[in-house]
Design a protein around this ligand. Structure first.
Ligand code: EPZ
Length: 419
């Protein structure tokens, strides 16, 4: 087991470059199954979720080559084989194989997805959409079996009861080669959805409206190869902006699309964070006199649930009392108990997080219970006096590309050690 050890209290300075978006690439890789030719992705982050997806693709027969941050995938020999166990169960995004295998072969047998524990994470909307398009569903042991009759999938009008990133993307994956027109109503509008639609359209699909709440897909027979640049990771960017405001003495964050972060940047401004936002970078100054604020997460373009945990250490530095309500995942509060171990004045009350600042955090032995809770602990460890040891760091490595190297370059005293 590995641990991250941080000797905190050092001011950080310099530049950091944001990698390609995890939540895009974990959908883009399964989407490539729908093509008949080689697809190359550029700007692929070096994270363990990508390594797991490559393993799964290779088991299915894809030929994968990696050159630095590019990934060349030849899906032409992919076979439709049952994949009930293994890496499939280790990540949430494996649910995208339901949509892409159904789209290509008209059937799929895929194990249930894993991922971070954020409370209940149902996939009923994904399954309802597949059923509306003509798929029949049954459980085979630990796996979900989805199949169509000889006619294959057909277009349908699908209203999403809840705004869901995964269900919107999965429906697009199943619909691009279905017969006829599919309309997704109350679709999610996250930038990752536009990124997946862009890749699919460049492969020959006909998708209109991605980024709005109505997406229309006209099915096509064949999809071809292409080359695609993955969008920058807005959640990694937000994490480094929060980190820079917490422990920076002037940090420039490059490869940031600020339009993807407006809900987050507006709340930082409300706290009094001094920063300069440019076309593709954000410069964060050293901060003083930050104010406590209230946060309520919402689907895009609202304040992203994935950023409430990484922002929490900065909130603990601010003066006054504030609350965080996560309307997407009510139980996304695992970081609270760990930050309290570091002497943070923070607690939960039903579905609300309540904090009081400013705090002088102290180093402690803490556990990364999920990806973004792990990011919060890294920032808290950099901010705290003394040593912080973070266990369960596999979660962090699933989503933050080269985090140790990036932070070391900014001057952090941070190491990965074998426990
Ligand atoms: C995506 O998860 C992200 N994961 C999550 O990123 C992110 O927190 C989440 O979107 C919300 O933005 C990936 O992209 C791989 P949802 P997803 O379906 O798509 C409910 C991170 O830290 N819902 O948009 O699985 C659900 O319970 C993470 O990078 C249903 O009720 O989330 C939630 O309340 C973790 N039924 C809401 O919708 C369904 O069938 C939004 O979830 C599906 C979802």
């Amino acid at each position: 087991m590995k641990k991250i050890v941080i000797n905190g209290g050092r001011p950080l300075q310099g530049e950091v470059t944001i990698s390609g978006a995890k939540n895009s690439v974990v959908a883009l890789i399964p989407a490539i199954i729908l093509a008949d030719e080689v697809v190359t992705l550029d700007g692929v982050p070096d994270i363990s979720d990508v390594a797991s997806l490559i393993d799964i693709m290779e088991v299915m027969g894809a030929k994968v080559k990696r050159y630095e941050d590019s990934l060349e995938i030849d899906p032409s020999q992919v076979k439709n084989m049952p994949m009930p166990y293994g890496k499939i169960n280790s990540l949430r995004a494996s649910y995208y194989f339901y949509g892409s295998l159904l789209g290509r072969f008209g059937q799929a047998t895929v194990g249930l997805p894993g991922g971070c524990d954020l409370g209940p994470r149902p996939i009923d909307l994904h399954l309802k959409a597949f059923e509306a398009m003509g798929a029949k569903m049954s459980y085979e042991g630990n796996a979900m079996h989805l199949a169509t009759d000889q006619a294959g999938l057909h277009g349908a009008v699908i209203y999403m009861d809840t705004v869901s990133v995964g269900a919107t993307i999965n429906t697009m994956l199943a619909a691009v080669k279905a017969k006829g027109r599919t309309i997704i109503e109350n679709a999610a509008r996250e930038p990752e959805i536009i990124d997946v639609a862009t890749l699919l359209n460049n492969m020959g699909a006909h998708i209109r409206g991605a980024g709005t709440d109505i997406i229309t897909i006209e099915g096509v027979d064949k999809l071809h190869g292409t080359r695609h640049q993955v969008i920058p990771d807005r959640i990694e960017a937000g994490t480094y902006i929060a980190l820079a405001a917490a422990v920076g003495k002037g940090i420039q964050i490059n490869n940031v699309l600020y339009e993807h972060l407006e809900g987050f940047l507006a709340k930082l401004e409300e706290m009094g964070v001094r920063m300069t936002v440019s076309e593709d970078s954000v410069y964060v100054e050293e901060q003083a006199n930050l104010k406590a604020i209230n946060i309520k997460t919402a689907p895009y373009p609202g304040f992203a649930t994935d950023l409430q945990q990484p922002l929490t250490p900065l909130l603990l530095k601010a003066k006054g009392q504030g609350t965080i309500i996560d309307t997407i995942y009510e139980k996304r509060v695992n970081h609270v108990a760990e930050l309290a171990k570091m002497s943070g004045q923070i607690k939960t009350d039903k579905n609300k997080i309540i904090y009081q600042g400013p705090n002088d955090l102290q180093g402690a032995a803490v556990k990364a219970t999920d990806l973004r809770a792990g990011a919060a602990l890294v920032i808290a460890g950099l901010l705290a006096q003394g040593q912080t040891q973070i266990s369960n760091i596999e979660f962090i490595l699933r989503g933050y590309s080269n985090i140790i190297e990036k932070l070391t370059q900014l001057g952090a005293d941070i190491r990965l050690v074998e426990d």
